[in-house]
Design a protein around this ligand. Structure first.
Ligand SMILES: *Cc1c(COP(=O)(O)O)cnc(C)c1O
Length: 423
């Protein structure tokens, strides 16, 4: 096969528009509902609640703001209403997924909470229930767990729910990456006390930005709706009993989301085809795809990733911002593969770097299945000790997963990766 750079870059994941979006945006314009009120918002809320199968949904400005108000609700429920300027979590520890995007964690900090990171398992690359149980042994007073379904793969929901029920803890589900993914026939975002979805530009469907708060509690949904529109009380003047936020989704953005929703299943099918084609194309290579529980769950295949076998890793060292590796015949590493992808104008990305090894969270505790522990090094040299999250970070990478990529383009990417292993 001839390998030459793509004329147009192949991205990790970009928006895919279909035409109807602009009609709904136009409708907002021509009817002058250029605001955070309107038909598009009402429709999007109803359609997503129906899709996920939860009772109530509130359209917000982002996945992050949805997570923030979820965390604030949970904090008030657990620890009472804070004084103005005080966080709802004020110093309380919260268990949180470790391998995730920082937006899962930051809202805990917005509310003054202290994230304690829970190590990852190899079966779905999500929160390890064994490590979570360990964390409750160490910190029995914790009452809130924030978990993610990474790359659109549902985590070990039954096990985690059972542990949280036993310890009387609330669950916030960060389903930002997993809209449309299901576990035992139930959609992600429905399992937790609160769920958050993102319509950011790189997600499975998008509004260019936007998010959604999900719950089965009417009172909680009403509270979030009120907080998100500056916490106005029912009075003719601006009357406030609570701190407010400007977090509501715009009716223009909602028009884009509304136009995208009918294409969710199509996007998932395209992403699944990409995942399957990679899997087939990597036969005989010392790599595995990001795994899922094929018996109980159906991912949305948002991003396709690989994990390189331990004995097929060449030496790789990562500092805080740079990486070095030493090429070795028959072996490779994420850094080498990312470099190779860049030479053909394709975008890959390392697996999300574990939160416990982010400089901002260096003082936060991190719990593995064996108890407490941080990796001593980010170097991958002769299988140096590491927790599961660091191991997946060291050996894993996200591949170009754009649903507009053609099979022929994907075959070039596969060939380039095979080349890295000399195959
Ligand atoms: C994208 C993302 C978010 C944040 O969503 P925004 O809409 O960008 O604010 C949160 N968590 C995870 C896991 C994400 O991937």
């Amino acid at each position: 096969m001839e390998i030459k750079p793509f004329e147009e870059k192949i991205w990790l994941s970009t928006p895919t528009m279909h035409g109807k979006e602009i009609e709904y945006v136009n409708e907002a314009y021509t009817t002058n509902w250029m605001s955070t009120v309107g038909e598009n918002i009402n429709n999007v809320e109803a359609l997503i609640a129906e899709k996920v199968g939860c009772e109530y949904s509130v359209a917000l400005a982002s996945g992050t703001s949805s997570l923030h108000l979820s965390v604030k609700l949970a904090g008030e429920k657990l620890y009472g209403i804070p004084k103005a300027g005080e966080g709802a979590l004020r110093g309380h520890k919260v268990f949180c997924s470790d391998v995730t995007f920082s937006a899962t964690v930051n809202p805990i900090c917005y509310e003054g909470g202290e994230p304690v990171f829970i190590d990852t398992e190899y079966d779905t690359w999500n929160m390890d229930p064994v490590a979570l149980e360990k964390a409750f042994e160490i910190y029995p007073d914790v009452r809130l767990v924030v978990l993610v379904h990474l790359y659109g793969v549902p985590g070990k929901i039954d096990e985690i729910k059972a542990i949280c029920d036993k310890h009387n803890a609330l669950i916030i589900e960060d389903a930002a990456e997993s809209l449309g993914a299901s576990y035992k026939g139930v959609q992600t975002g429905k399992f937790g006390n609160y769920g958050a979805i993102s319509f950011n530009g790189n997600k499975i469907i998008t509004g260019s930005s936007g998010g959604m708060f999900l719950t089965n509690s009417k009172a909680d949904a009403e509270k979030v709706r009120k907080w998100s529109t500056q916490s106005r009380e029912a009075a003719s003047w601006y009357q406030h009993e609570e701190i407010g936020y400007n977090y509501r989704m715009s009716n223009v953005i909602a028009g884009v989301v509304r136009g995208q929703i009918p294409y969710l299943e199509e996007h998932i099918a395209q992403k699944k085809a990409i995942y399957d084609r990679y899997k087939e194309g990597f036969k005989g290579l010392p790599v595995t795809m990001n795994p899922f529980d094929s018996e109980n769950s159906e991912p949305n295949y948002w991003l396709s990733c690989i994990l390189i076998d331990k004995d097929a890793m060449c030496r790789q060292v990562r500092g805080e911002t740079d990486a070095l590796y030493i090429s070795e015949e028959g072996k490779s590493c994420p850094t080498e593969i990312l470099d190779a992808l860049a030479t053909i104008n394709a975008e890959g990305r390392p697996v999300w770097k574990p939160m416990h090894s982010q400089p901002i969270f260096r003082a936060n505790d991190f719990i593995t299945a064996n108890g407490s522990g941080r990796a001593k090094t980010n170097a991958y040299i002769d299988g140096a000790f590491s927790d599961v999250g660091t191991d997946i970070f060291n050996r894993g990478l996200c591949l170009p997963s754009d649903n507009k990529m053609t099979p022929e383009q994907q075959d070039v990417i596969i060939a380039v990766i095979r080349n890295c292993f000399g195959k």
